[in-house]
Design a protein around this ligand. Structure first.
Ligand SMILES: C[S@@+](CC[C@H](N)C(=O)[O-])C[C@H]1O[C@@H](n2cnc3c(N)ncnc32)[C@H](O)[C@@H]1O
Length: 234
């Protein structure tokens, strides 16, 4: 047996992205490639669509919520939730801007300030989507309990997040590969997020503990992501 090399330990980062400069830099960044990849993957996993009511957890400035609101015909009602006031303000400003050209958008897309866990959120969603939220949560069980609270029977689930690299050098290499041109505040956040992320094995353990292991699957994707998908029991 070779020497035991300990995996890099998780270092949580602040849950909410509440800095105004931080939120503005995030909203200004171009995540269109990874956002489109989320939408394309939803189409592969759920070719029949996401159903009538979709919730986007930790929606940030709403980049994915806006795509979800355009995704299918008839369109779904989409609710984006986030616990950060600056992020929500950016999402709502963008909704006002887009609604002036397309008034019907405001009828099917809403944003709401909500910090998970939030027993006040309604249930009965036909799909729960979340991109880059899990690694922010100090207690990841909050997300798995939220699925049971929010999802209707048979609810479609798709969550994507970073996965934690093996060591700090691998995290630095990912930053150089994917974030070298980003402004300093985003480079700082990206590195912190890689250190705060979970491994696929840890997420599998979280799903077992939450009683979701037979409903949801976990896989590593590309060099830095993991995804969790499936349907809640009908
Ligand atoms: C990295 S951003 C992702 C934003 C968006 N989903 C995207 O894909 O670009 C993570 C967001 O999760 C929010 N967040 C973190 N913890 C939360 C919690 N407990 N409840 C609600 N939102 C939370 C943060 O405020 C932040 O806006």
């Amino acid at each position: 047996m070779g020497p035991h090399i300990p995996a890099m330990e998780r270092v949580p980062e602040p849950e909410l992205m509440e800095g105004r400069e931080q939120a503005a830099a995030y909203a200004a960044a171009d995540f269109s490639a990874s956002d489109s990849a989320v939408v394309a993957r939803l189409g592969e996993l759920f070719p029949e669509g996401l159903g009538p009511r979709v919730i986007d957890l930790g929606c940030g400035p709403g980049n994915i919520s806006f795509l979800l609101a355009q995704l299918q015909h008839p369109p779904a009602l989409v609710l984006g939730i986030d616990g950060s006031d600056p992020m929500l303000a950016l999402a709502e400003a963008e909704l006002r801007r887009r609604s002036s050209a397309e008034p019907a958008l405001a009828d099917r897309l809403q944003f709401r300030r909500s910090r998970l866990p939030d027993p006040g959120l309604p249930g009965g969603f036909s799909a729960v989507v979340s991109n880059s939220l899990l690694h922010h949560l100090h207690d990841p069980a909050v997300l798995w309990r939220a699925l049971a609270q929010l999802g209707a029977p048979g609810c479609r689930i798709y969550l994507k997040d970073l996965r934690r690299p093996a060591d700090p050098q691998a995290a630095e290499a990912l930053l150089r590969r994917h974030g070298a041109d980003a402004p300093p505040v985003l480079q700082h956040d990206y590195l912190a997020s890689l250190h705060a992320a979970f491994t696929p094995a840890e997420v599998e353990g979280q799903l077992r503990a939450a009683g979701l292991a037979s409903q949801l699957r976990v896989a590593a994707v590309e060099d830095r992501y993991l995804e969790v998908w499936g349907r809640l029991a009908g």
